[in-house]
Design a binder for this molecule. Structure first.
Ligand SMILES: Nc1ncnc2c1ncn2[C@@H]1O[C@H](COP(=O)(O)OP(=O)(O)OP(=O)(O)O)[C@@H](O)[C@H]1O
Ligand SMILES: [Mg+2]
Length: 412
């Protein structure tokens, strides 16, 4: 750890080994507030492999701010060649620059020394042991919540089609329908009937797709549509928790979670139960970027969930004569992505086949038409760039085995 120069006042201990120092003419209270704001904001930067934020993990070494609002931030990673470095780099910059009063950031990325690494391991182990949720979801699986600022934009359609495109790559993909009373996943996949249980846990329904497979859980397999409405609110989070804890998700590579519309309790619950969940935000072309962005950002901030990308749905429609109509306007997806500082993963055309495929229970992404190709391209980007499987990235993944062990039989 670097010693703070004498004319810099240490105002807030972040963690053992970390110090926030603010050089400014401000009063001690103002300095403390600014330090706290920066620290708080950096708690939203997650190490997706360890499922905890970089402040809690002790990876934030130092934050210095001078009186011009220029910040110097030092972050230490487990290994210098960490493939998640680019992501953490970007997330830290975004978080620090979003603090009011901060003008520039000089981000220094280093490596944890052996002592700090040992402390990180202790913290990660403790978190794994205390973790609110014991689940069979493999540590290497990526968890993507499909979310939006408002209803009816195509979250459920995107969830099933993306899942099919990922499965067509030979992957095993879980779909968790977290829209407890408005579930539509069973219909979209043509699945029905009751769930089976094994060892007192739910067995997701299985669907073979190409060389891959879907594993699906939805309230629709447990209750009729009228019954589910009665349960509204009360058991919402409890139901999602059971889908996470009391289910056989063994061997899945991805878990896609179809979130209910809005920004409420389910997102917050997910952040607590599965903090490594990352969000894909679905939007439509005419969305006022500002409005949706602030809702999505608010949701992510309240839940500390990282936004991994934006998908625009119901984009320009091309008729059979080859003419293109932007029926709902254009640019909503790219504006929102730019606003959030995340990539736009694709634009899915408005196409009646998406709806008819949904009605028939046969997702369009299973075919090789124009719309299928768009979903396949998004899936490829997710699998190779945005959210590749964790053991392929090999950064802290080797630590996960130890964490699993630490978590013991609870994570069976
Ligand atoms: N790209 C598309 N082209 C044409 N129709 C679409 C497209 N995407 C979705 N739809 C249709 O729009 C309607 C809403 O889609 P969907 O149910 O997937 O939205 P949602 O965001 O999950 O809604 P809710 O907020 O109610 O859960 C459905 O009838 C669906 O078939
Ligand atoms: Mg839906």
């Amino acid at each position: 750890m670097r010693r703070a120069p004498q004319n810099w006042a240490a105002t807030n201990m972040i963690d053992p080994g970390s110090v926030v120092t603010v050089k400014t003419d401000a009063t001690p209270e103002e300095r403390a507030d600014l330090a706290a704001a920066i620290t708080e904001r950096l708690r939203s930067v997650m190490d997706p492999e360890l499922g905890a934020d970089i402040v809690t993990l002790g990876m934030l070494n130092e934050v210095l701010v001078d009186d011009d609002g220029a910040a110097v931030v030092t972050v230490a990673l487990t290994t210098p060649s960490c493939p998640l470095r680019a992501q953490i780099d970007k997330d830290v910059r975004g978080a620090v620059l979003s603090v009011e009063g901060i003008t520039t950031i000089d981000l220094r990325i280093g490596q944890l020394d052996p002592d700090a690494k040992a402390r990180l391991m202790d913290t990660a182990r403790r978190l794994a042991q205390e973790g609110a949720t014991a689940t069979s979801i493999p540590p290497r699986a990526r968890i993507l919540g499909i979310s939006s600022g408002k209803g009816g934009v195509g979250k459920s359609s995107v969830t099933v089609n993306l899942a099919v495109s990922l499965a067509r790559r030979g992957l095993r993909v879980g779909i968790l329908d977290a829209d407890i009373w408005g579930f539509s996943i069973p219909r979209l996949l043509g699945l029905d009937g009751a769930l089976e249980a094994r060892e007192s846990k739910m067995v997701p329904k299985r669907l073979t797709v190409g060389s891959g497979e879907l594993l699906v859980l939805s309230m629709g397999f447990l209750a009729g549509e009228d019954q589910a409405v009665m349960w509204r609110g009360l058991i919402l989070n409890r139901a999602v928790q059971q889908f996470i804890e009391d289910a056989h998700w063994d061997g899945i590579d991805y878990l896609l979670i179809d979130l209910p519309p809005g920004t409420g309790d389910v997102q917050m619950g997910l952040a607590r139960m599965l903090p490594r969940t990352e969000l894909l935000i679905v939007t439509t072309p005419p969305e006022a970027a500002q409005k949706v962005a602030s809702r999505a950002a608010d949701m992510a901030r309240r839940g500390n969930l990282r936004v991994a990308g934006v998908i625009e749905n119901m984009s320009a429609f091309t008729c059979e004569h080859g003419e293109t109509y932007a029926l709902f306007g254009s640019g909503g997806g790219s504006r929102l992505a730019a606003h959030l500082g995340v990539p736009l993963l694709g634009e899915i055309p408005l196409d009646p086949d998406v709806a008819s495929g949904g009605d028939a229970g046969v997702p369009i992404a299973g075919t090789d038409g124009e719309v299928g190709a768009v979903f396949n391209a998004i899936a490829e980007r997710i699998a190779t760039d945005i959210a590749p499987l964790l053991d392929a990235s090999g950064c802290t993944a080797r630590l996960l085995e130890v964490l699993e062990e630490a978590a013991g039989p609870a994570r069976s």
